[in-house]
Design a protein around this ligand. Structure first.
Ligand code: SAH
Length: 464
């Protein structure tokens, strides 16, 4: 991030702008939304600018920008649309101590002006560092559509009510109140009775919340899916949005954690296949401790919480302590990997059943029903299997599997950096070593990527 977004207090501050054409007009329309004292320097100002001067909205000086014109100014815009003149103005204004902007000149500017969605006092600023103005316009249009025009009004009325809401204790209770106001009581009252109705609704709502029973702590064990945030369920999104505490595994993608409510406490319990981790008892204790304070806890697990997620131990800990819980399923890595390969997990005539296996368990490399797995057409998703590739290869071959049996490793399934490592039992350990994976890897035994699968019978014929 080269440009850091901030909101600058312009009340009563000087802002100077040089230029009187289209570029100047576009910027002035934005700056006129603020409470700044605006001075425009232009030989030949557009009629809109002279009209704004006549209305007392800005001061107009009909000459070129000169040294000292930006003294005490917070911001200076060079908007004459003449490169040499704009550069001259920017140098002078900078010498006067103002932050300078040359319109449409990223490198010549000390700050840039974002696209704005204005629901004053709610302001959304959108910047793309000059890289993608089309994208900024699209985001602006989407936000304009998503944020009702009344939002600003609701926020203004809400602001005047802030001190009354101090009757509620800080933290969740206050948040719940504002949530109910902005997303339910406020818009409803506005639609029914207009502005006066909103004030009454705020009063009623506050009394409801002051007299309400204490909310009980709760733990939602939520599947975060394989990594792509768009593969989260709507329920997972909603719970993340409302969570007081999020306890997550290392594998949960940062883009997903970004969706947690900004005030939420994020706790990384770092569980991963072979690496260091918080002890299971400590995770249980952590959930219980937070839920007891009345917190809404999200225990966020990669994929589906019920697949190699030690879910039952966590539920036991909650039950033993009388804490309420719910489970929100997620898309497991096997689903994402199969989709990445263009394959289905079950297929008529190939496999009517499939297995979830783990490459290692508490005792080390995991033993399975190898004999059945070696039968033709079997499909298994092997979690935490990359390090056990040699062991799996050995066991499978020992029990009579064909060395040609396809095995495809998928790293970072569903993420932008997903990789498919195509292999067979014969070369699996070497292929995985050579790939030098760093992300989570799942082995899809019996599945090749879709195109390779089509080529396979032919290949076998050639080999025969
Ligand atoms: N509950 C998770 C699995 C946890 S065990 C689920 O349902 O997916 C952790 C293992 O899951 C990793 O070692 C890896 O084998 C697999 N895994 C998780 N996310 C993955 C991803 N995006 N791509 C490939 N494998 C993944």
């Amino acid at each position: 991030m080269r440009h850091f977004p901030i909101f600058l207090d312009l009340r009563g501050r000087r802002v100077v702008l040089a230029g009187g054409g289209d570029a100047a007009l576009a910027k002035l329309r934005l700056i006129l939304k603020t409470e700044a004292k605006i001075t425009v320097f232009a030989h030949d100002p557009a009629p809109e600018i002279t009209a704004w001067e006549a209305d007392g909205k800005l001061r107009l000086v009909r000459r070129a920008f000169a040294p000292g014109d930006a003294l005490c100014a917070a911001l200076a815009y060079a908007a004459t649309e003449d490169d040499a003149e704009d550069a001259r103005i920017a140098t002078l204004a900078r010498a006067d101590g103002a932050l300078t902007n040359i319109v449409d000149n990223l490198d010549g500017s000390q700050f840039i002006t974002p696209a704005i969605v204005d629901r004053d006092p709610v302001t959304v600023a959108i910047g793309t560092e000059g890289a993608a103005p089309v994208l900024a316009r699209k985001i602006k249009a989407d936000l304009e559509a998503a944020l009702p025009p009344a939002l600003g009004l609701l926020a203004r009325i809400g602001k005047s009510f802030r001190s009354a809401v101090e009757a509620l204790p800080m933290g969740r209770k206050r948040r719940d109140f504002w949530q109910a106001y902005y997303f339910k009581a406020g818009p409803e009252a506005l639609a029914k009775e207009g502005e006066n109705g909103v004030e009454r609704a705020l009063g009623d709502l506050l009394i409801d919340h002051i007299t309400a029973q204490e909310r009980k702590g709760h733990v939602a064990l939520v599947g975060a899916g394989p990594g792509d945030p768009e593969l989260l369920t709507l329920k997972a999104r909603k719970l993340l949005d409302e969570a007081d505490v999020v306890i997550h595994d290392r594998l949960v993608a940062p883009e997903i954690l970004e969706l947690a409510r900004r005030e939420a406490t994020l706790l990384n319990v770092g569980k991963q296949g072979f690496g260091p981790s918080t002890r299971q008892e400590d995770i249980g204790a952590l959930m219980v401790e937070h839920a007891r304070t009345g917190a809404q806890v999200v225990r966020l697990k990669s994929g589906d919480p019920g697949v190699y997620g030690r879910l039952d131990e966590e539920l036991d800990a909650l039950d033993e302590n009388g804490i309420g819980w719910s489970i929100i399923p997620g898309i497991t890595a096997a689903n994402a990997a199969a989709a990445q390969l263009g394959q289905s997990l079950t297929k008529r005539g190939r496999n009517s059943a499939m297995r979830f296996l783990t490459g290692h368990d508490v005792k080390g490399f995991a033993e399975h029903d190898w004999r059945n797995l070696t039968k033709p057409g079997q499909v298994a998703a092997i979690y935490m299997g990359a390090k056990g590739a040699r062991f799996i290869q050995g066991r499978m071959l020992m029990h009579g599997a064909s060395p040609d049996t396809p095995v495809t490793a998928v790293e970072n399934a569903s993420r932008a950096d997903a990789r498919i490592i195509e292999s067979t039992l014969a070369t699996l350990p070497a292929d995985i070593d050579a790939a030098r994976t760093t992300g989570p890897v799942i082995l899809m035994l019996g599945l090749a990527p879709r195109e390779a699968a089509a080529a396979l019978p032919q290949l076998q014929e050639e080999l025969a």
